[in-house]
Design a protein around this ligand. Structure first.
Ligand SMILES: CC(C)=CCC/C(C)=C/CC/C(C)=C/COP(=O)(O)OP(=O)(O)O
Length: 297
């Protein structure tokens, strides 16, 4: 008798769990349907701030905070993918982060290597979502195991057609801009020299193909890590901080900035939905600004 009561109550428990999960799925789908009536962002970027504070407040190891941060990143990717957001860009390691305590940098590198290798597995969530993964930054600054793993991940997801995740690492925007200026100048010099050899005038001006020696905005665009990717619609910096900290300065002129109080490992579905609702609220003004700027050019 007692056994059958236990078996029955366990069946009821399982059923309740399944019903609640289905109900939750249904509510989430309703929410997506409501959101999709408004303009949906194509590209959301995250400054994943507050991982160490998360660990400190819980009196756990600092590295555990960064691990929780990685889980929050994967959950966020899944939600964005479900909502049809095509581009996600995250600030995972700034060039300035190399100035941190040696042991902290070392443990961050180990975490990066471990997690990138996990993502390389065919069964990983990013493969299931057909994600393409880019790394934006100077990978030569990373230690060899991280660099090799990152290059392998980029190569093996290059043909994927789903969500595009760009991991900024080791990155800062001013280096990206300087790099783009140098590359654009080198490219222009090459064209002018070629033209000169083939009949340009003695001032180095192109002969007749309309090439000018000045660099245009579009030249720099082509040499940014973000070439081919739409400008971010939303920049979210968690932990209530309101600085950009040298992140995507070139690309975020018209982006909507948000700084939820949540620390990155606590960032969840509700924060994401709230961020999109806020974006939809200000969307007409964002578009107005963009149009105005285009006219002024
Ligand atoms: C493979 C891959 C993409 C891994 C990403 C893992 C991850 C979440 C990295 C975040 C690294 C970082 C320095 C975050 C800033 O928080 P913080 O450490 O500055 O914390 P604080 O703001 O509390 O000081």
């Amino acid at each position: 008798m007692a056994e059958s009561v236990v078996a029955c109550s366990s069946k009821i428990e399982k059923l309740t769990t399944r019903v609640l999960a289905n109900l939750q799925n249904f509510l989430v789908k309703c929410l997506f349907a409501i959101l999709s009536y408004g303009p949906m962002p194509k590209h959301i970027t995250f400054i994943m701030d507050g991982n160490r504070r998360y660990a400190k407040f819980r009196s756990i190891q600092q590295g555990t905070g960064h691990r929780a941060g990685f889980s929050a990143l994967i959950d966020t990717l899944v939600h964005c993918n479900d909502m049809g957001v095509k581009y996600i860009t995250v600030y995972a390691f700034s060039i300035d982060n190399f100035k941190r305590d040696k042991s902290e940098v070392q443990s961050l590198m180990e975490l990066m290597e471990e997690k990138i290798n996990e993502l390389l597995d065919n069964q990983s969530i990013v493969h299931k979502m057909n994600c393409k993964i880019n790394f934006w930054g100077n990978l030569d600054l990373m230690c060899e195991p991280v660099r090799l793993a990152a290059q392998k991940l980029m190569a093996c997801t290059a043909g994927n057609t789903g969500l595009v995740l760009s991991v900024c690492m080791p990155y800062n925007s001013t280096s990206e801009i300087v790099n783009a200026v140098n590359e654009a100048c080198a490219e222009r010099r090459e064209v002018l020299q070629r033209d000169h050899v083939h009949g340009g005038d003695c001032n180095g001006q192109a002969a007749n193909n309309g090439v000018h020696s000045e660099i245009a905005v579009s030249d720099l665009d082509r040499h940014m890590y973000s070439a081919g990717c739409p400008e971010p619609d939303i920049v979210i910096r968690t932990s209530g901080e309101t600085r950009l900290s040298n992140f995507l300065l070139w690309q975020t002129t018209f982006s909507h900035l948000q700084s939820p109080q949540a620390l990155w490992p606590d960032f969840s579905f509700k924060h994401l939905v709230w961020a999109i609702l806020q974006y939809q609220r200000v969307y007409p003004y964002l578009m107005q600004n963009r149009e105005l700027a285009k006219k002024q050019l």
